[in-house]
Structure formats: structure tokens, C-alpha cells
Design a protein. Structure first.
Ligand code: SF4
Lengths: 271, 383
């Protein structure tokens, strides 16, 4: 059996997540991915903001920063600029990265700085008690939308693609093995990479939307996700209510810290 | 109608009675229930207001600024980091002289992360030009929201109402619920003197040259000075309507008291219990709760404290490198007018419980121990 404990800060357990939460499954996939990557833990930094997902770094025995709400990406940018050799992984959620920190998310993608963003999407603010987030689907209920959400939702993978990320993938906790592979690829990619991770929140989202039982939420994940290859063959009607999973973008582009270093070198050479 | 409600909902019920037209908020513990209930009231039509779920506290306050400039009542609520993120726009609201009301649930600032109470979030907004009123009970909280709009609209400055996280925000108490139809007689519908209006265009927030800026700041200070009386008058008028008043400070058993403990927030009620106990023992002690923090009620404070032999200020906050913030305020209010010794006590940071025992320790030290530090004494710190 895989020895997770090697990567765990046991003193921080028990964790704060509710039973049935998807975040623990992501934690395990993340640990397996880190193990597979074979990168020394001293060369890895995990940075998070605020929210249920952002508790993740507190549980792993790696260099970690638990920062302010929405600002994980700028903190991570600072880390990467100070020492570009570090592998910097941002752990964040839909509220953290696409509401209060939305600006940082699109600008880091535009700049194509070599960070890996694991963006847990549970369609709600879980930690504060289930308020509408930018990804809450229209019509779904939340504590600040007791009669159904009126606003359209962000597609956060499309957002990263449009803003210029060099790697965008979507995974989910029902397909945990696949998720692990996506995380490995994202970390290996030079440039701004995002893995949007669909992770169920039975407590704040499920209970309000007829999926109070965690198993119900897992079935929902299973039924709504479609692998990209299959997605291509679906008609617009068939795509209704479904999301594609797998690698959405994988392109090679100039990366920010590299071009920055090159510029400095060339200016030095000119002297 | 009387109801048993939590402090957060006391805020919501206050807002419900005030004909507020725009509400805007971002979730943060422990404030969230304030706006959850309000969003429900808006969606169900119980109040005729628009509720926007914005993407950050900065946007929440900004939307309030926009709404207020357009001439309607606007409200938001937040805590800690959320209030700090609003900071830039808090200044804006003052500069534009907009009567916005904000409820801040006092929560300690991170890191390390804390959701529990202390006053450093609101007190770090001391100098922006918002009025600040610290509440002690759920009834007072609801009533103060109503008073706050009236005060804000009279002096054309925004008002921040402050209550302790959990000790008040999540504590259930009986509240006599105010109804909009009754409140309207006290707080008529808002008519803005200047607003964004197509028929009579105005500009808010334009460039202020050195020949104008200075005067605008002078006028803010004048409005703050005027607010000292306005807060008192509004409280008296509120009492005439609803039978409840709170004062700008609340002295308790201060007659003939040798020692007076100065408090704020929920610590004030715990302190009164300790005062009763000590009075029973024959110790001449009283307490003074500071309800209005900005503008600071200098005269009322002087009036009470100048008669004491010693003053002990309890601060659930700290200005690093100096002292407790209420301590500084009291000291500056009394400077040059009396030589009553003032002692400062820091306690309860990050939600550490301020129990009767803690307050008794402070009181005992203040009564007996002349040798203690004058300006800063840490109570209960484990180092
Ligand atoms: S509130 Fe939701 S996201 Fe947060 S720990 Fe519970 S189930 Fe998970």
C-alpha cells in the first residue's frame, strides 16, 4: 500500500474537512503525484489562499505558505521570481481564485509564469457556510441565493485558456487515478498550468441542491463528466449539463521567469 | 414583536427596518449570517432592496459608494481581513461624504489565521473618518443600525457599527424587533442633498488641487465634531420613540468610585458583574463603557474619570510599539486636565476569553498594586 504518511504533517490531524468532502481525495492524489514526480520536497513550495481547499498545504510535509484570501497566486509569483528553480504549486478554490483573486488568476495566465495551480471547484463558498461563488451554476441554491442563483457562472478552465495558460486540464475526485496523472503533467509543464478539480461539497452545496448524501455527489460527478475525446464527438445538445475532463490545453509558450532571466543576461553581456 | 435572535441577525433586522435600497457583500466568517438573512429578505420581497453578491470586500464597499452617491441608503457587513481590504474605499466614502452604514464583526487579523474576536481590525481604521460605535447587546445592535443611518445622513459621514465575534455575533438574546413602519417616523425615507442626477449633474471624487483639498479635510473634521452632539441627540430622540437609549458612554456605579475600569464591547457586561461583586465586598469601584469611539467623547469621559483616584483601561487590542488603543485615547482625552493615574491592560487578543476572573485580576491589581507597569500590563499571556 502507498505510504501517505511520509508526506503528512500528522500533528495537524484530524483535518477540518467534513466527512464526504472531496478535498481529502485530492490530497491523496496530490501526494501520489508528488511521489511520482520524484522532485525533492526541498525544491517544492505549496501556496494557498483561504477556504476549505486552501487548508491542504497545512497537511503536507512540504514547504508551505497559507496566505490571505485570493492572493495565493501573487505570493507564489514572488516565490518563483525569488528562486525560479523551485516548483511552485498553488492550491486554491473557486471563490479564492476566481472571485476575490480573479484578477491575479488571469494575469498569471497571461504572463505565463511557471506555476501550477490546483483549483478545487466545489461550486460554492464551503468554509463560510455555502454562499454563491462565481462558479455556482444558474438556478442552484446557496445561502445567499435561497431561491436559486441568478447569475451565470464562470467556466474556469476556459478562462485560463483564454487568458493564455500553457496547460489547462480538468479532473474530478470520482476519477482519482486520472486526477493524479493530470497533476503530474501540470507540474512537469513549463509555464502557467491549471488543473481545475471538481470536488464535491456535500455540506454547503449538496445539502441545498438535493445531493446531501456524499455518494449522490460522487454519482453526479461520474455522470456529468465526459472525457475530452468523447466530448469532441458530442452534439451541442448532448453537451448540455455536462463538462469535459482531461487535458484541454497543452501548448509550448515563452515562460515569464525564463525570458526575464534572458533579458537580464543579455543586458549584462552588452555592458 | 420580541424574538430570540443572534447578534448577526440583530444587524439584519436593524437594516430591514431602514428602507435600505442597495446591499452588497462578500462572505467572511463570522459576519456571514448578517447578509445571508438580508439576501433572503431581499429575494422574498420582505425588504425592497437590491442585493449584489460581489467578488471581494473591496467591491462590496465600492458598490455601496456607488449606490450612496446615486442617492439611496446602502449597507454592507464584514470582518477582519474583509474590512482591511475595504480600507482604500473607506477613505473614499468619507471624502465623498457618503452616509453609508457598515457593520463590522470584530475579528482578529491574520496571520496566524483566527476567526475569533479582538478589536484590531476596526481600530486600525481609526483615522479614516468613519464614525465608530461599539455595541454590547443584540438589542443595542439592532437599534444602533437605525440610529446609524440617521446620524450618518445628518453629518454626511459614514458610520461603522462594531460588535464582538461570537461573544455577540453568535449569541442569542431577546430582541424587541423594530418594524419599518414605526422606524419611518424616526428615520424618514432618505433624500440625498447631492447625488448623481441626470437633471442636476454632480461630480464625485474629482481632482482636488492644493487650493481646495485642505478645506475639504477641515470640513470633515468639523462634521466629526458636530457628530459628537448628533450622536447624543439621535440617541435621545430614539429613546423618545422606542423607549431605549444607550448614551455615548455608559458609566456604571461610578459615584464615589476610587477606581474606574474602562471597557468596550461585550467585556463591558462581564465587567459590570465584577463591579457588583466588588461593591458587595465594600470596594469602591465602577466601570465606564465607551460606546462611541469616533468621534471620541472627550467631555463625557473627562466628566466621569476625573472624579476617580485611578483609571484602569481594558484593551482587547494593541498598537504595536505603543499601548492599548483605548488606553491612548483615554490618556489623550484627560491630558493636562487631571492627574488621575491611568493604567493599561491588554487582554483577550485573538478571542481569548475575558472571564470575570480575568477582569477581577485587573481590578484587584488596579485597586491594590501601585508597583505595576503604568502603561501596559499583559493579563493572561503565557510566556
Ligand atoms: S464545507 Fe464543503 S468543501 Fe468545506 S470541508 Fe465541508 S464538504 Fe468540504
Amino acid at each position: 500500500m502507498f505510504d501517505y504518511l511520509r508526506y503528512i504533517r500528522e500533528r495537524n490531524f484530524p483535518h477540518i474537512w467534513c466527512s464526504g468532502c472531496g478535498d481529502g481525495i485530492v490530497l491523496k492524489a496530490l501526494i501520489r503525484a508528488v511521489d511520482k514526480l520524484g522532485i525533492s520536497r526541498d525544491e517544492m513550495v505549496m501556496v494557498s489562499g483561504i477556504g476549505c481547499s486552501s487548508r491542504t498545504p497545512g497537511y503536507v510535509d512540504i514547504n508551505t505558505l497559507h496566505t490571505t484570501h485570493g492572493r495565493a497566486i501573487p505570493f507564489a509569483t514572488g516565490v518563483k521570481l525569488a528562486n525560479p528553480k523551485l516548483h511552485v504549486i498553488v492550491v486554491t478554490g473557486d471563490g479564492d481564485a476566481t472571485a476575490i483573486g480573479g484578477n491575479h488568476y488571469i494575469h498569471a495566465a497571461r504572463r505565463n509564469i511557471d506555476l501550477t495551480v490546483l483549483l478545487y471547484n466545489n461550486y460554492i463558498y464551503g468554509m463560510t457556510g455555502g454562499q454563491v461563488s462565481p462558479t455556482t451554476p444558474r438556478g442552484k441554491r446557496a445561502s445567499t441565493a435561497p431561491f436559486g442563483n441568478q447569475e451565470p457562472a464562470f467556466n474556469i478552465s476556459d478562462l485560463a485558456e483564454a487568458a493564455g495558460a500553457s496547460f489547462v486540464a480538468r479532473g474530478d475526485v470520482y476519477h482519482a487515478q486520472k486526477l493524479e496523472k493530470l497533476i503530474v503533467k501540470a507540474v512537469q509543464k513549463k509555464g502557467f498550468s491549471v488543473v481545475e478539480i471538481l470536488s464535491p461539497c456535500p455540506t454547503a452545496y449538496g445539502r441545498r441542491n438535493r445531493m446531501a448524501h456524499p455518494v449522490k455527489m460522487m454519482e453526479w460527478l461520474r455522470d456529468q463528466t465526459v472525457p475530452v475525446a468523447k466530448w469532441e464527438r458530442l452534439s451541442p445538445e448532448e453537451r448540455e449539463g455536462k463538462v469535459r475532463t482531461g487535458i484541454i490545453v497543452d501548448v509550448d509558450k515563452v515562460e515569464y521567469t525564463e525570458t526575464n532571466d534572458k533579458l537580464i543576461e543579455s543586458l549584462k553581456a552588452d555592458k | 414583536m420580541r424574538k430570540v435572535i443572534m447578534g448577526n441577525h440583530a444587524v439584519s433586522y436593524g437594516v430591514r427596518a431602514c428602507d435600505v435600497k442597495v446591499l452588497s457583500a462578500y462572505p467572511i466568517t463570522p459576519q456571514t449570517q448578517v447578509v445571508e438573512l438580508l439576501s433572503e429578505m431581499c429575494a422574498s420581497g420582505e425588504i425592497d432592496a437590491k442585493f449584489i453578491k460581489v467578488e471581494s470586500e473591496h467591491s462590496a464597499m465600492t458598490a455601496c459608494v456607488g449606490a450612496s452617491a446615486a442617492g439611496v441608503r446602502a449597507f454592507t457587513a464584514t470582518s477582519a481581513q474583509g474590512l482591511l481590504l475595504m480600507h482604500e474605499v473607506l477613505h473614499w466614502a468619507v471624502g465623498a461624504r457618503l452616509p453609508i452604514v457598515l457593520a463590522n464583526i470584530n475579528r482578529a487579523v491574520g496571520p496566524p489565521w483566527s476567526i475569533w474576536t479582538d478589536q484590531n481590525d476596526s481600530l486600525s481604521q481609526r483615522d479614516v473618518g468613519w464614525l465608530q460605535i461599539y455595541c454590547e447587546s443584540n438589542q443595542e445592535t439592532q437599534d444602533t443600525i437605525v440610529q446609524a443611518f440617521k446620524i450618518a445622513e445628518t453629518v454626511k459621514l459614514p458610520v461603522m457599527l462594531v460588535l464582538d465575534a461570537f461573544f455577540l455575533s453568535h449569541t442569542f438574546e431577546i430582541v424587541d424587533i423594530l418594524e419599518a413602519k414605526d422606524v419611518r417616523k424616526f428615520l424618514p425615507p432618505y433624500v440625498a442633498e447631492t447625488k448623481i442626477d441626470v437633471d442636476d449633474p454632480h461630480s464625485f471624487g474629482n481632482l482636488g488641487s492644493p487650493s481646495e483639498y485642505f478645506e475639504l479635510r477641515y470640513m470633515i473634521q468639523k462634521a466629526m465634531e458636530e457628530a459628537r452632539d448628533v450622536v447624543k441627540d439621535v440617541d435621545i430622540e430614539f429613546k423618545e420613540h422606542f423607549g431605549r437609549g444607550y448614551g455615548v458612554v455608559h458609566p456604571y456605579r461610578c459615584d464615589g468610585a476610587d477606581v474606574i475600569l474602562v471597557t468596550s464591547g461585550t467585556v463591558a457586561s462581564t465587567t459590570r458583574a465584577v463591579i457588583d461583586e466588588m461593591r458587595d465586598e465594600g470596594i469602591k469601584i465602577g466601570s465606564l463603557k465607551i460606546r462611541l469611539f469616533r468621534p471620541f467623547p472627550v467631555e463625557e469621559v473627562y466628566e466621569v474619570l476625573s472624579k476617580a483616584k485611578k483609571v484602569a483601561v481594558i484593551d482587547r487590542n494593541i498598537s504595536f510599539g505603543h499601548h492599548g488603543i483605548f488606553f491612548q485615547e483615554i490618556k489623550s482625552a484627560l491630558y493636562g486636565r487631571t492627574d488621575v493615574p491611568i493604567f493599561g491592560y491588554i487582554t483577550g487578543l485573538g478571542g481569548r476569553d475575558v472571564t470575570p476572573k480575568v477582569i477581577r485580576e485587573i481590578a484587584d491589581r488596579a485597586v491594590s498594586d501601585e508597583k505595576q507597569e503604568r502603561d501596559i500590563n499583559w493579563i493572561g499571556v503565557k510566556v
